[in-house]
Design a protein around this ligand. Structure first.
Ligand code: OVV
Length: 397
């Protein structure tokens, strides 16, 4: 073990420069070695596909219960009560995951499909009355908000807090930098609203939120746990889909030949969604904590180390993908780690895929061409690759 030393990198992975354009840094990380030492944060890092995937699969060695951000919950008080899904290990995780998987089972989500399609077509019809619009502020931030809060059964008043809250949650996985502090300051009110919105008496009948409380009534969890499980829906279900949809539009504007392919063959929409998550992974990184001394690619990772897994870098690892920089609807895109891997793999991925398919499917049906008319503007977040603005022009069929 450790015959050759672990390469050290001095770059801060959460600097403005890296967050706004991470891909050159990802190449340096991968080329430096299978395991690196990130001295700015005192954590290990992995950015190659094989090591990232194996680490995600080994949830006993690389635990989540000590936080999936840079903060080690064994040493630091978490900023909010830990998630019972994301920040939990088995057996707790498996119990809560079981409750949520039943509620969000694919067969039950299919019940939403026709409503979600109608809402998507409505929005695209309205947007395309103008020949240009902002694909972020008028589309990717709008569509999920028109369907997701209703599906959960949230109260009507105050829903605008959802995006603020979600972006603060994802900032909080990073170090306490400027981005974290700014998000934290503006999220106080949003956090208070979310706490209220998760309560049984504030959830409408027929929504997923009430389904969680029904599980509590069956004795599968306590009411306090039910509230916190609803909180997971609100934390994980908004800023992720917003930016996933935004990136898919960006991918298609930058690859007009792939837009043509998608128009010619609408069934490609499923692959387009996954390829876009591979190509520009919305969730860029998550941490784990080593529960015991372990070895990765011949290097010792000591017990209690924080390890930063670069999902987005793994998804562009040339050791795994041919021409990884190319958004390509001909490739086999399955197997990417943009939704994670193993027991924590994205619980909402069926929802996310369905939302993206509905809205981009409607866009592709209506428009023959889509072109970017200004540079996209990034919104910096410690975990998410996010967009603030993406002005586009469309031509109608
Ligand atoms: C995947 C994810 C992101 C953020 C928050 C949560 C989950 C949660 O369970 O609260």
């Amino acid at each position: 073990m450790d015959t050759n030393p672990i390469p050290t990198l001095s770059m801060d992975p959460f600097s403005d420069a890296v967050l706004s354009d991470p891909y050159a840094f990802h190449g340096e990380l991968r080329d430096a070695g299978p395991v690196v030492w990130l001295e700015h944060l005192n954590v290990y890092g992995m950015a190659r596909f094989d090591e990232v995937r194996s680490s995600l699969l080994d949830h006993e060695t690389f635990v989540s219960s000590r936080g999936v951000g840079v903060a080690d919950f064994a040493k630091e008080e978490p900023w909010r009560p830990p998630s019972l899904l994301l920040e939990a290990d088995p057996p707790l995780h498996d119990r809560t995951r079981g409750i949520m998987s039943a509620i969000l089972a694919p067969a039950r989500l299919r019940l939403q499909e026709s409503l979600w399609r109608e809402r998507a077509e409505e929005l695209i019809d309205n947007l395309t009355e103008k020949d240009s619009f902002d694909a972020v502020t008028e589309l990717s931030e709008v569509y999920p908000m028109r369907i997701f809060p209703d599906a959960v059964g949230l109260m009507d008043e105050g829903r605008e807090h959802l995006l603020t809250y979600a972006s603060a949650v994802f900032n909080a996985f990073g170090p306490r930098n400027k981005i974290f502090e700014e998000g934290n300051a503006s999220s106080k009110e949003a956090s208070a609203w979310v706490a209220e919105a998760c309560k049984r008496e504030n959830l409408k009948p027929g929504g997923w939120g009430q389904d969680v409380f029904a599980a509590a009534d069956r004795g599968e969890c306590t009411s306090d746990e039910a509230e916190r499980l609803v909180r997971s829906m609100l934390s994980a279900g908004v800023d992720t889909t917003v930016n996933g949809i935004g990136h898919l539009v960006l991918a298609l504007t930058e690859h007009p030949d792939e837009w043509e392919k998608l128009r010619a063959e609408p069934r490609l929409i499923r692959r387009a969604v996954d390829e876009s998550i591979r190509w520009d992974s919305t969730v860029q990184t998550f941490f784990r904590t080593a529960s015991h001394d372990t070895e990765v690619a011949g290097h010792l990772i000591p017990k209690d180390s924080k390890v930063l897994l670069f999902l987005a870098a793994a998804n562009r690892d040339p050791r795994k993908w041919e021409n990884p920089e190319r958004f390509d609807l001909s490739r086999t895109t399955s197997g990417h780690v943009g939704f994670g891997a193993g027991i924590h793999q994205c619980l909402g991925q069926v929802i996310a895929r369905l939302e993206a398919q509905m809205i981009i499917g409607a866009l592709a049906k209506r428009c023959t061409r889509i072109t970017r008319v200004a540079e996209p503007v990034r919104r910096l977040n410690n975990t998410l690759h996010a967009l603030a603005s993406l002005p586009v022009r469309v031509e109608l069929a």
